[in-house]
Design a protein around this ligand. Structure first.
Ligand code: MG
Length: 172
């Protein structure tokens, strides 16, 4: 009984936190549908019957995971703090300029793909190189001197890659 209750409480916390991270992503210009589009492009060659609705469903599963939520909360907060000037040098400039050798943004995003094993990692590498859809847009907007998308672009890529892996595990 106690264990059952603990489980229910955890599920409640996860879905409350899910709403918070989804809203945070939206405030940063990313809808789950945008992420599902990338997932679709990653997986349709392996699962031709795939639909965007199925992709969205798997993106939803990914953002229900607590490790994923924690990575989103952390990364987005750092981007926002950098934009507001609340991060000290030398880190602030590295974040605002999305310095190529900084690398911690990709490492944080690995916390998301790690949940889905090696297919997640392969997909993430591909997305990081190709920058499809919303990721390209975020990259361009992030070059604006007042905007910081250093963590956001990797987080979006990682969620898309994780959802693609979740689909692969189920259908491929
Ligand atoms: Mg980045």
């Amino acid at each position: 009984m106690k264990l059952q209750r603990r489980m229910e409480e955890n599920q409640l916390n996860d879905s409350t936190q899910r709403d918070i991270v989804v809203k945070m992503l939206e405030e940063r210009g990313v809808r789950l549908e945008d992420i599902a589009e990338i997932t679709y492009d990653l997986q349709v060659k392996y699962v031709p019957e795939l639909t965007e609705a199925v992709c969205l469903d798997h993106v939803e599963r990914v953002v229900m995971k607590r490790e994923v939520q924690n990575a989103i909360l952390t990364g987005l907060e750092l981007d926002i703090l950098a934009e507001k000037g609340h991060i000290r040098e030398p880190l602030r400039t590295k974040l605002m300029d999305d310095h190529g050798l900084y690398g911690v943004d990709e490492v944080l995003a690995l916390a998301i793909v790690n949940v889905y094993g090696s297919i997640g990692l392969t997909n993430f590498g591909y997305v990081d190189k190709k920058k499809p859809g919303i990721i390209r847009e975020l990259d361009i907007i992030g070059k604006d001197k007042d905007k910081c998308h250093t963590f956001l672009d990797d987080i979006v890529g990682a969620i898309a890659a994780a959802a693609a892996s979740s689909i692969a595990h189920r259908y491929a």
